[in-house]
Design a protein around this ligand. Structure first.
Ligand code: FMN
Length: 184
Protein backbone atom coordinates (compact mmCIF):
# COMPACT_ATOMS: atom_id res chain seq x y z
CA UNK A 1 0.00 0.00 0.00
CA UNK A 2 1.27 3.45 -0.91
CA UNK A 3 2.52 5.73 1.84
CA UNK A 4 0.44 8.91 1.49
CA UNK A 5 0.59 11.92 3.81
CA UNK A 6 -1.97 14.71 3.93
CA UNK A 7 -0.18 17.79 5.28
CA UNK A 8 -2.51 20.67 6.06
CA UNK A 9 -3.22 23.76 8.11
CA UNK A 10 -6.63 24.64 9.48
CA UNK A 11 -7.31 27.74 11.57
CA UNK A 12 -10.84 26.89 12.67
CA UNK A 13 -11.30 23.18 11.92
CA UNK A 14 -13.05 23.25 8.53
CA UNK A 15 -10.00 22.39 6.44
CA UNK A 16 -9.10 19.74 8.99
CA UNK A 17 -12.45 18.01 8.36
CA UNK A 18 -11.78 18.11 4.63
CA UNK A 19 -8.30 16.68 5.22
CA UNK A 20 -9.90 13.81 7.15
CA UNK A 21 -12.12 12.93 4.19
CA UNK A 22 -9.19 13.05 1.75
CA UNK A 23 -7.13 10.88 4.11
CA UNK A 24 -9.99 8.42 4.52
CA UNK A 25 -10.26 8.00 0.76
CA UNK A 26 -6.51 7.70 0.31
CA UNK A 27 -5.74 5.55 3.34
CA UNK A 28 -3.33 8.35 4.25
CA UNK A 29 -1.91 9.71 7.47
CA UNK A 30 -2.72 13.23 8.58
CA UNK A 31 0.01 15.73 9.40
CA UNK A 32 -1.23 19.00 10.86
CA UNK A 33 0.70 22.27 10.65
CA UNK A 34 0.07 24.00 13.98
CA UNK A 35 -1.03 27.56 14.79
CA UNK A 36 2.62 28.66 14.69
CA UNK A 37 3.21 27.16 11.27
CA UNK A 38 5.23 24.24 12.63
CA UNK A 39 5.08 20.50 12.01
CA UNK A 40 5.05 18.08 14.94
CA UNK A 41 8.26 16.25 15.77
CA UNK A 42 9.07 13.72 13.05
CA UNK A 43 6.87 15.55 10.52
CA UNK A 44 9.64 16.27 8.01
CA UNK A 45 10.78 12.65 8.19
CA UNK A 46 7.19 11.51 7.59
CA UNK A 47 7.06 13.66 4.44
CA UNK A 48 10.46 12.38 3.28
CA UNK A 49 9.16 8.80 3.48
CA UNK A 50 5.89 9.52 1.63
CA UNK A 51 5.19 8.27 -1.90
CA UNK A 52 2.59 11.02 -2.29
CA UNK A 53 2.06 14.29 -0.43
CA UNK A 54 -1.37 15.93 -0.46
CA UNK A 55 -1.19 19.57 0.64
CA UNK A 56 -4.17 21.44 2.04
CA UNK A 57 -4.77 24.97 3.28
CA UNK A 58 -7.70 27.27 3.81
CA UNK A 59 -7.87 30.23 1.46
CA UNK A 60 -7.24 33.36 3.48
CA UNK A 61 -7.13 36.63 1.53
CA UNK A 62 -6.65 34.91 -1.84
CA UNK A 63 -3.87 32.56 -0.83
CA UNK A 64 -2.91 29.84 1.65
CA UNK A 65 -2.87 30.75 5.34
CA UNK A 66 0.41 32.22 6.61
CA UNK A 67 0.98 29.08 8.67
CA UNK A 68 0.93 26.97 5.50
CA UNK A 69 3.22 29.49 3.80
CA UNK A 70 5.66 29.25 6.70
CA UNK A 71 5.72 25.48 6.18
CA UNK A 72 6.24 26.03 2.44
CA UNK A 73 9.13 28.42 3.10
CA UNK A 74 10.67 25.93 5.52
CA UNK A 75 10.50 23.29 2.77
CA UNK A 76 13.16 25.30 0.89
CA UNK A 77 15.71 23.22 2.79
CA UNK A 78 14.22 20.06 1.22
CA UNK A 79 14.00 21.87 -2.14
CA UNK A 80 17.72 22.59 -2.08
CA UNK A 81 18.61 18.92 -1.59
CA UNK A 82 15.88 17.78 -4.08
CA UNK A 83 14.41 15.67 -1.29
CA UNK A 84 10.91 15.55 -2.82
CA UNK A 85 12.03 15.17 -6.45
CA UNK A 86 9.63 12.93 -8.45
CA UNK A 87 7.21 12.45 -5.58
CA UNK A 88 3.50 12.58 -6.33
CA UNK A 89 1.67 15.68 -5.12
CA UNK A 90 -1.94 16.86 -4.97
CA UNK A 91 -3.71 19.72 -3.25
CA UNK A 92 -6.90 21.15 -1.87
CA UNK A 93 -8.31 24.30 -0.43
CA UNK A 94 -11.43 25.34 1.42
CA UNK A 95 -13.00 28.77 1.82
CA UNK A 96 -16.25 30.51 2.67
CA UNK A 97 -17.36 31.73 -0.75
CA UNK A 98 -18.34 29.51 -3.66
CA UNK A 99 -15.41 30.94 -5.59
CA UNK A 100 -13.59 33.01 -2.95
CA UNK A 101 -10.40 33.04 -5.06
CA UNK A 102 -9.66 29.42 -4.17
CA UNK A 103 -8.02 29.08 -7.60
CA UNK A 104 -5.04 31.20 -6.60
CA UNK A 105 -4.40 28.97 -3.58
CA UNK A 106 -4.54 25.81 -5.69
CA UNK A 107 -2.27 27.39 -8.31
CA UNK A 108 0.16 28.16 -5.50
CA UNK A 109 0.11 24.58 -4.22
CA UNK A 110 0.67 23.20 -7.73
CA UNK A 111 3.56 25.61 -8.27
CA UNK A 112 5.10 24.68 -4.93
CA UNK A 113 4.93 20.99 -5.89
CA UNK A 114 6.57 21.85 -9.21
CA UNK A 115 9.39 23.74 -7.50
CA UNK A 116 10.09 20.50 -5.65
CA UNK A 117 10.18 18.55 -8.91
CA UNK A 118 6.95 16.75 -8.08
CA UNK A 119 4.32 15.13 -10.30
CA UNK A 120 0.91 16.77 -9.83
CA UNK A 121 -2.30 14.77 -9.58
CA UNK A 122 -5.36 16.71 -10.74
CA UNK A 123 -8.86 16.25 -9.34
CA UNK A 124 -9.96 13.95 -12.16
CA UNK A 125 -13.71 14.39 -11.75
CA UNK A 126 -16.31 15.81 -14.13
CA UNK A 127 -18.10 18.89 -12.80
CA UNK A 128 -21.72 18.61 -11.67
CA UNK A 129 -22.86 21.80 -13.38
CA UNK A 130 -26.26 21.06 -14.89
CA UNK A 131 -29.49 22.76 -13.77
CA UNK A 132 -30.27 19.66 -11.72
CA UNK A 133 -26.94 19.75 -9.88
CA UNK A 134 -26.91 20.60 -6.18
CA UNK A 135 -24.31 21.09 -3.47
CA UNK A 136 -24.85 17.41 -2.65
CA UNK A 137 -23.29 16.35 -5.95
CA UNK A 138 -19.56 15.58 -6.20
CA UNK A 139 -17.53 18.36 -7.79
CA UNK A 140 -20.40 20.85 -7.87
CA UNK A 141 -17.72 23.59 -7.56
CA UNK A 142 -16.17 22.40 -10.81
CA UNK A 143 -12.55 21.94 -9.74
CA UNK A 144 -9.90 20.45 -12.01
CA UNK A 145 -6.43 21.39 -10.73
CA UNK A 146 -7.32 20.09 -7.30
CA UNK A 147 -10.06 19.78 -4.71
CA UNK A 148 -12.22 22.81 -3.98
CA UNK A 149 -14.41 22.95 -0.87
CA UNK A 150 -16.78 25.62 0.38
CA UNK A 151 -17.53 26.04 4.07
CA UNK A 152 -20.19 28.79 4.23
CA UNK A 153 -19.04 31.56 6.58
CA UNK A 154 -21.59 30.65 9.27
CA UNK A 155 -21.24 26.87 8.88
CA UNK A 156 -19.88 24.72 11.69
CA UNK A 157 -17.35 22.03 10.77
CA UNK A 158 -20.21 19.52 10.56
CA UNK A 159 -22.08 21.66 8.03
CA UNK A 160 -19.71 21.47 5.08
CA UNK A 161 -21.76 20.56 1.97
CA UNK A 162 -21.88 16.76 1.60
CA UNK A 163 -21.08 16.90 -2.10
CA UNK A 164 -17.77 18.62 -1.34
CA UNK A 165 -16.91 16.01 1.30
CA UNK A 166 -17.74 13.23 -1.16
CA UNK A 167 -15.48 14.97 -3.69
CA UNK A 168 -12.74 14.95 -1.05
CA UNK A 169 -13.08 11.21 -0.44
CA UNK A 170 -13.09 10.42 -4.17
CA UNK A 171 -10.03 12.63 -4.63
CA UNK A 172 -8.23 10.69 -1.91
CA UNK A 173 -9.13 7.42 -3.65
CA UNK A 174 -7.69 8.77 -6.90
CA UNK A 175 -4.42 9.77 -5.25
CA UNK A 176 -4.12 6.28 -3.72
CA UNK A 177 -4.88 4.54 -7.03
CA UNK A 178 -2.28 6.61 -8.88
CA UNK A 179 0.32 6.18 -6.13
CA UNK A 180 -0.19 2.41 -6.35
CA UNK A 181 0.22 2.53 -10.14
CA UNK A 182 3.50 4.37 -9.60
CA UNK A 183 4.67 1.48 -7.46
CA UNK A 184 4.01 3.01 -4.03
C1 FMN B 1 -8.03 35.86 7.59
C2 FMN B 1 -9.09 35.20 6.77
C3 FMN B 1 -9.14 35.44 5.42
C4 FMN B 1 -10.12 34.81 4.63
N1 FMN B 1 -10.13 35.03 3.27
C5 FMN B 1 -11.04 34.38 2.50
C6 FMN B 1 -11.01 34.52 1.09
O1 FMN B 1 -10.15 35.16 0.49
N2 FMN B 1 -12.00 33.90 0.37
C7 FMN B 1 -12.99 33.18 0.98
O2 FMN B 1 -13.87 32.66 0.28
N3 FMN B 1 -12.99 32.97 2.32
C8 FMN B 1 -12.04 33.54 3.08
N4 FMN B 1 -12.02 33.33 4.44
C9 FMN B 1 -12.93 32.32 5.02
C10 FMN B 1 -12.22 30.98 5.27
O3 FMN B 1 -11.58 30.53 4.10
C11 FMN B 1 -13.23 29.93 5.74
O4 FMN B 1 -13.83 30.38 6.94
C12 FMN B 1 -12.60 28.57 5.91
O5 FMN B 1 -13.62 27.61 6.14
C13 FMN B 1 -11.63 28.54 7.09
O6 FMN B 1 -11.06 27.26 7.17
P1 FMN B 1 -10.46 26.73 8.55
O7 FMN B 1 -11.63 26.55 9.50
O8 FMN B 1 -9.81 25.45 8.22
O9 FMN B 1 -9.50 27.79 9.03
C14 FMN B 1 -11.07 33.94 5.24
C15 FMN B 1 -11.00 33.71 6.62
C16 FMN B 1 -10.02 34.31 7.38
C17 FMN B 1 -9.94 34.01 8.86
Amino acid sequence: MANIVVVFHSGYGHTQRVAQFVAEGAGASLLAIDADGELPEGGWEQLAAADAIVMGAPTYMAGPSWQFKKFADASSKVWFSRGWQDKLFAGFTNSASLNGDKGTTLAYLQTLASQHGGLWISLGQLPANSKAATRNHPNNLGGSVGLLVQSPSDASVTEIPQGDLDTARLFGERVAAIATRFGG
